[in-house]
Design a protein around this ligand. Structure first.
Ligand SMILES: NC(=O)c1ccc[n+]([C@@H]2O[C@H](COP(=O)([O-])OP(=O)(O)OC[C@H]3O[C@@H](n4cnc5c(N)ncnc54)[C@H](OP(=O)(O)O)[C@@H]3O)[C@@H](O)[C@H]2O)c1
Length: 345
């Protein structure tokens, strides 16, 4: 690629921040799309120490002219489309908005790419939530889709749109079907960061209990820093394609909570069943975890575990950070933030 400008939508999110850091390390000039907000929201870029090295432009994915002019004026070599209403639970409450941004937003962006310069490479942030009610385990690029939320349905539209622009216009468009990936930069509404931040706050005496939904839901959790390397590998590959990125191992929310508690020197013992279940600290007997039925999803995705053999073979991609290390890093970082009187964002 001759020009080395990378345009990253959703740069203020978890993946956007890690990807921007990686792109800068690899010599790209990074332009980040941000939606207008009354408050500046670059804490992740600041935490990684790269806020001053990226150029931010206003880019609202629901607005075609805005998307078009940004692509035309920045003339990137590659567009990484990470922007999304990314929270599954919120998509049940805001299905139309989710569809506009997560589904149609991709058509807006790909239309802009097609009109401005079909040589621009494109990465679409697809999701394991597209598998939903899973037809086989583990899930790979050939597993049939059955999304179980407005988020999953919107991401599936976006996935097929990316495939369609590749096949119709020969655009180098890749779809990364990513299984859950977390980090200390994860948003606090997501269950992993909710657990790490609440356990840290519990340890600091700032809250009484952590309220969780379905403890048996199983996910294939990796570290975001590993996954952004897979995104770049897709963009830099000679040919575009669809790739699952996953660790191949799944863990339950219960296991995540137990490990997180341990990282804060708490030892959870469980008692009761269903919504009556509780997790107490063995030493003090204090209730650390309670169940709240409000956090159950209308339609649950019980078990996600990915098969990333194609990415290993074609992209030489391999996740390096183990689940246990991920959980520990998340809890220790939140404890450290509180030790330094930093707000948990
Ligand atoms: N993390 C995962 O486990 C995972 C797995 C599979 C797929 N994905 C997908 O990968 C992408 C990145 O995930 P993430 O974890 O980094 O998500 P995230 O932290 O929620 O970041 C989402 C980003 O999208 C931006 N955004 C939201 N609505 C927008 C709009 N209308 N116009 C422009 N920008 C908008 C957000 O801006 P604000 O900062 O202003 O909110 C934020 O920068 C998302 O598309 C997500 O759905 C994530």
């Amino acid at each position: 690629m001759a020009r080395r400008v990378a345009l990253v939508t959703g740069i203020t999110g978890q993946d956007g921040a890690y990807l921007a850091r990686l792109l800068l390390e690899r010599g790209y000039e990074v332009v980040g799309g941000v939606r207008r907000s009354s408050t500046h929201n670059d804490w992740r870029l600041r935490e990684l120490g790269i806020a001053h090295r990226v150029r931010l432009v206003q880019m609202e994915l629901s607005e075609f002219s805005n998307v078009f002019y940004v692509v035309r004026d920045t003339r990137p070599a590659a567009v990484f489309n990470l922007a999304a209403q990314s929270f599954v639970a919120a998509s049940f409450r805001q299905p139309l908005y989710t569809a506009s941004v997560d589904a149609l937003g991709v058509t807006r962006l790909l239309e802009a790419v097609r009109i401005v310069d079909p040589e621009i490479r494109f990465y679409q942030a697809s999701s394991s939530e597209m598998f939903g009610k899973v037809r086989e385990t583990p899930q790979s690029e050939t597993t049939p889709f059955h999304p179980r939320s407005p988020y999953g349905v919107s991401k599936l539209y976006a996935h097929w749109t990316s495939v369609n622009y590749r096949e119709s216009y020969a655009i180098h468009a890749s779809s990364g079907i990513l299984f859950n990936h977390e980090s200390p930069l994860r948003g606090r509404e997501f269950v992993t960061r909710k657990i790490s931040s609440h356990i840290a706050m519990f340890r600091h005496g700032l809250i009484d209990t952590l309220r969780l939904g379905n403890l048996e839901a199983r996910r294939d959790w990796g570290h975001a820093a590993d996954y952004v390397a897979g995104m770049l590998a897709m963009i830099e590959a000679a040919d575009p394609g669809d790739y699952v990125l996953a660790t191949g191992r799944s863990h339950s929310v219960r296991e995540f909570a137990e490990l997180a508690a341990r990282a804060a020197d708490l030892d959870l013992v469980w008692e009761g069943e269903g919504v009556e279940e509780r997790g107490r600290d063995r030493e003090t007997g204090r209730v650390v975890v309670e169940i709240d039925a409000d956090f159950y999803r209308p339609a649950e995705v019980d078990m996600l575990r990915g098969d990333a053999a194609k990415a290993r073979r074609d992209l030489h991609w391999e996740p390096a950070i183990a689940f246990e290390a991920l959980v520990e890093e998340m809890v220790k970082t939140d404890l450290d933030r509180l030790d330094r009187n930093q707000p948990l964002l």
